[in-house]
Design a protein around this ligand. Structure first.
Ligand SMILES: *[C@@H]1O[C@H](CO)[C@@H](O)[C@H](O)[C@H]1NC(C)=O
Ligand SMILES: *[C@@H]1O[C@H](CO)[C@@H](O)[C@H](O)[C@H]1NC(C)=O
Ligand SMILES: *[C@@H]1O[C@H](CO)[C@@H](O)[C@H](O)[C@H]1NC(C)=O
Ligand SMILES: *[C@@H]1O[C@H](CO)[C@@H](O)[C@H](O)[C@H]1NC(C)=O
Ligand SMILES: *[C@@H]1O[C@H](CO)[C@@H](O)[C@H](O)[C@H]1NC(C)=O
Ligand SMILES: *[C@@H]1O[C@H](CO)[C@@H](O)[C@H](O)[C@H]1NC(C)=O
Ligand SMILES: *[C@@H]1O[C@H](CO)[C@@H](O)[C@H](O)[C@H]1NC(C)=O
Ligand SMILES: *[C@@H]1O[C@H](CO)[C@@H](O)[C@H](O)[C@H]1NC(C)=O
Ligand SMILES: *[C@@H]1O[C@H](CO)[C@@H](O)[C@H](O)[C@H]1NC(C)=O
Ligand SMILES: *[C@@H]1O[C@H](CO)[C@@H](O)[C@H](O)[C@H]1NC(C)=O
Ligand SMILES: *[C@@H]1O[C@H](CO)[C@@H](O)[C@H](O)[C@H]1NC(C)=O
Length: 721
């Protein structure tokens, strides 16, 4: 072979290929490269090296050349979660939280990630149903799919996730009932390691099966609020002795509250409000840890206030609005040591109201509007908010009727917000914000939700300072870098607030910081002070420093283009062939795969692959079939790049298939560059490119087959040797 010929052969087979040694397992490089092509706004370091593990791509963590973690929280990613992710077979942790522009349904191929133990897709824009294949992730311990647009039912297969301790499906549009196991199918009752069932804010319906709860369970949070559950509260709930938070509010539950709930002595929040419960008010005497109770808006029997009103020593908040209690309000409730708020409006309390002399220091609000109270004796010590408007006493007692007690009152005490008072009138440029340290910077912002705080009072500075401190300490920030603004109880009865985290120095966080902080919040690595209870966080998009999207050109691309150009020049000069730029729009490539989605011109739906004249996408299976399963008999050549096979397409066309071997794969973009180049070059003596395959970790190029000789012959013919 002449040197020129060798060079040409080299160029032909190696165009755009990695020639530098790669440390990352080629299957993982190929999968990451596909993701890079599939998603917009990947970090600039993606593609800047050809070795995602060695010269690391931000958010990619590796062990022994295999990708084990992908953490891309709040990167502004845009695109779909297709099957390519399934190529990262050693992945243990996947966090794509807070990328609202990741949309569409999630690929069942996620179920192939056998080693996955953490899967976090919270706060993205995913829709469609939850793939039942997720049930195959036997090592999964943390599954957060909350705050997306998932529809359909909860797959029973999730019951196979025997290592799961966190299951968060909240804030989607899931329907149907909660699956329990039968002799044939798994169900959620099999999740014996689960501590968290967060199914709130969906459209789940049907009755809650008594089979769902078992004494072997270790659940601490059951959040079923904001659904359409009907039927009775299952008595078997009383078996789950570990339970700390039970929220069944805002459903359509009926019947009496089973007395078995009283066995749940570890409960600190019980919310059964806004259902259609009947029978007597539940007896909560034994729930000695109870902080927060809401039984409002049900249809309980008319009764006097139950005795537990005065006995639950940990109670901070007692809410039974729109009830049917009568008789006098027991004094004991106002002297409970922790009590902050007593909200009993719209009942039928009557007679004399007397708070007594031992009113708790913590008490801030007593709301007794619209009852039937006819007499009032003010306890000597109480000076905080008391609402009596709508009681007969406000019209009969003339001196009282002129006091605040009988007026419509505003928000009693102003809620806490991080103070910027010490910054005086310092102001920042429009995009920047002022930190509590009085520096202008670009904070990482979002909304923080507490699903079951043990308190209701929002003015306690000590408490909120402890929250700020826990945030900067555990998120590895500095004092004065956390700002909390406007906490309030929202329509879902969650405590909601705006959170802004400021960089410790400089104006911006870098991507590693954002990925880390996003993960610490989405994986619940951060834990708030115990009073705040379970939380979730939804980040706002972050504007990184110098974000100029999609302008970086990777060395890989440059190598590919350079070698490709060399080939083109050789082709033109040495051989005298010409390359034609296709003028008319190429016909739409059939079934163009996801890695090449970026070929589609933006804003043109009829897109396809404009630079590709007729080069078509082949599936791996198609090529496997037409080469007799890549049999030896079909081999027509081999080299450093891999092997060439002869094959017959279904339409009878003979083809030569160049199949790259493991280790000589190129990145998706490089591969694309090569195909583009080859598909533009046409000459009678050069093999025409028929198509390509980029799937299941394979890269193949499909050429016209020359029956009377090998590629080498045809090239030799070119040189006339
Ligand atoms: C499952 O996870 C545990 C702990 O995270 C780990 O020790 C074990 O190797 C994992 N098993 C597989 C098959 O990945
Ligand atoms: C991944 O899981 C497979 C079994 O599915 C196991 O053989 C392998 O050791 C695991 N790898 C790691 C790194 O845990
Ligand atoms: C999710 O659903 C909500 C309400 O149906 C809708 O407003 C929103 O646009 C959807 N988001 C996406 C990304 O589909
Ligand atoms: C994965 O799950 C699906 C549906 O749940 C099941 O049909 C399939 O056999 C499972 N595959 C593996 C490899 O376990
Ligand atoms: C609750 O306790 C009572 C008596 O202590 C017992 O009879 C009942 O079976 C218990 N219920 C559950 C569900 O454990
Ligand atoms: C409530 O339960 C406690 C303890 O289980 C019991 O002593 C008390 O009598 C009950 N009260 C009512 C009104 O049933
Ligand atoms: C009870 O229902 C009324 C009327 O629908 C509503 O205004 C009130 O907020 C509800 N109370 C609670 C505590 O949910
Ligand atoms: C209010 O209390 C009076 C007695 O003080 C009683 O006659 C009346 O029926 C009560 N009204 C309601 C609506 O309960
Ligand atoms: C504020 O909260 C802290 C911690 O929960 C508590 O110890 C303190 O008594 C509260 N202070 C007031 C004034 O309520
Ligand atoms: C990101 O910033 C942190 C300091 O906030 C620094 O320690 C780290 O090295 C930076 N990472 C990169 C990749 O620049
Ligand atoms: C994720 O959070 C869990 C506890 O919520 C913790 O055990 C685990 O170590 C965390 N993972 C990482 C990588 O921090």
């Amino acid at each position: 072979m002449s040197p020129v010929e060798t060079l040409l052969l080299f160029a032909f087979f190696y165009a755009g290929q990695d020639t530098a040694g790669s440390f990352t397992d080629p299957r993982d490089s190929a999968a990451l490269e596909s993701l890079r092509n599939e998603w917009q706004n990947t970090p600039p370091s993606w593609g800047a090296s050809i070795d995602p593990c060695g010269t690391p791509w931000e958010g990619v963590a590796c062990i022994n050349s295999r990708v084990t973690a992908l953490r891309l929280s709040t990167m502004g990613l845009k695109g779909k979660l297709g099957g390519d992710i399934g190529g990262l077979t050693e992945l243990k942790s996947l966090d794509l939280s807070f990328n609202k522009d990741l949309t569409g349904s999630i690929s069942p191929a996620l179920g192939d990630l056998q080693n996955l133990s953490i899967l976090i897709l919270a706060g993205c824009g995913f829709s469609g149903s939850i793939p039942e294949q997720l049930g195959n992730l036997s090592n999964l311990s943390f599954l957060a799919l909350n705050s997306n647009n998932f529809t359909g039912t909860i797959p029973p297969s999730l019951g196979k996730l025997s290592n799961l301790y966190w299951l968060d499906l909240a804030d989607n549009q899931l329907t149907g009932s909660l699956p329990v196991s039968t002799s044939e199918t798994p169900g959620l009752d099999l999740l014996l390691k689960a501590k968290h069932f967060h199914f709130n804010k969906n459209q789940l319906s049907g009755s809650i099966s008594p089979k769902l709860f078992r004494s072997e369970m270790v659940l601490i949070h059951i959040l079923f609020d904001g659904n359409k559950f009907s039927g009775n509260i299952p008595p078997t709930l009383g078996l789950v002795k570990t339970l700390e938070v039970l929220r069944l509010d805002r459903n359509s539950l009926t019947g009496t509250v089973p007395s078995d709930l009283n066995n749940l002595t570890n409960i600190n929040e019980l919310n059964l409000a806004n259902n259609k419960l009947t029978g007597p008010l539940p007896n909560l005497t034994q729930m000695s840890s109870l902080n927060y109770v809401d039984l409002s808006n049900n249809s309980f029997d008319s009764s006097e206030a139950p005795e537990w009103f005065s006995n639950l020593q940990s109670l901070t908040t007692l809410i039974i609005e729109f009830g049917s209690m009568r008789g006098s309000v027991p004094q004991g409730v106002f002297s409970l040591p922790q009590i902050q708020q007593v909200k009993l409006k719209k009942n039928a309390f009557s007679d004399t109201f007397d708070m007594g002399d031992k009113v708790s220091e913590q008490l801030q609000l007593v709301d007794l509007q619209n009852n039937n109270i006819s007499h009032f004796t003010l306890g000597s010590r109480y000076t905080k908010t008391l609402m009596l408007i709508g009681n007969p006493v406000c019209s009969t007692d003339v001196t009282l009727s002129n006091t605040n007690y009988c007026q419509v009152q505003d928000q009693p005490v102003k809620p806490y917000s991080t103070s910027l008072a010490s910054c005086l009138s310092k102001s920042c440029s429009p995009d920047e914000k002022l930190s509590p340290r009085c520096e202008c910077a670009y904070p990482f912002e979002g909304t923080l939700y507490f699903r079951a705080p043990s308190f209701r009072e929002l003015s306690n500075v000590t408490l909120f300072h402890s929250l700020e401190m826990s945030l900067w300490k555990k998120l590895d920030l500095t004092p004065g870098s956390v700002s909390i603004q406007n906490p309030f109880f929202n329509v879902d009865d969650y405590l909601q607030m705006q959170l802004a985290l400021f960089p410790s120095d400089g104006e911006y966080f870098n991507r590693s910081d954002i990925q880390r902080i996003g993960f610490d919040l989405s994986n619940q690595t951060y834990k708030p002070p115990p009073e705040f209870g379970p939380f979730y966080f939804i980040a706002s998009p972050y504007g990184f420093a110098g974000t100029t999207k999609g302008t970086s050109i990777s060395p890989g691309v440059i190598i590919g283009v350079a070698i490709g150009c060399a080939f083109l020049v050789l082709g033109l000069i040495g051989v005298g062939i010409y390359a034609i730029w296709q003028k008319k729009r190429a016909e739409k490539a059939i079934g163009l795969s996801r890695p090449f989605a970026s070929w589609a011109p933006s804003g043109n739906d009829s897109g396809g692959a404009p630079q590709l004249k007729g080069a078509r996408w082949f599936s791996y299976d198609e090529l496997k079939k037409c080469t007799n399963n890549f049999s030896m008999g079909n081999e027509v050549g081999s080299g450093g790049y891999g092997k060439v096979y002869r094959g017959m397409l279904v339409d009878g066309q003979a083809v030569a298939i160049k199949r790259a071997q493991q280790g000589s794969m190129q990145g998706g973009l490089e591969f694309k560059t090569e195909i583009e180049l080859l598909s533009r070059v046409h000459h009678k003596n050069l093999l025409g490119l028929v198509g390509f395959c980029f799937e299941q970790g394979e890269q193949m190029l499909v050429y016209e087959f020359m029956p009377n000789g090998t590629l080498r012959d045809s090239l030799s013919g070119l040189f006339g040797s």
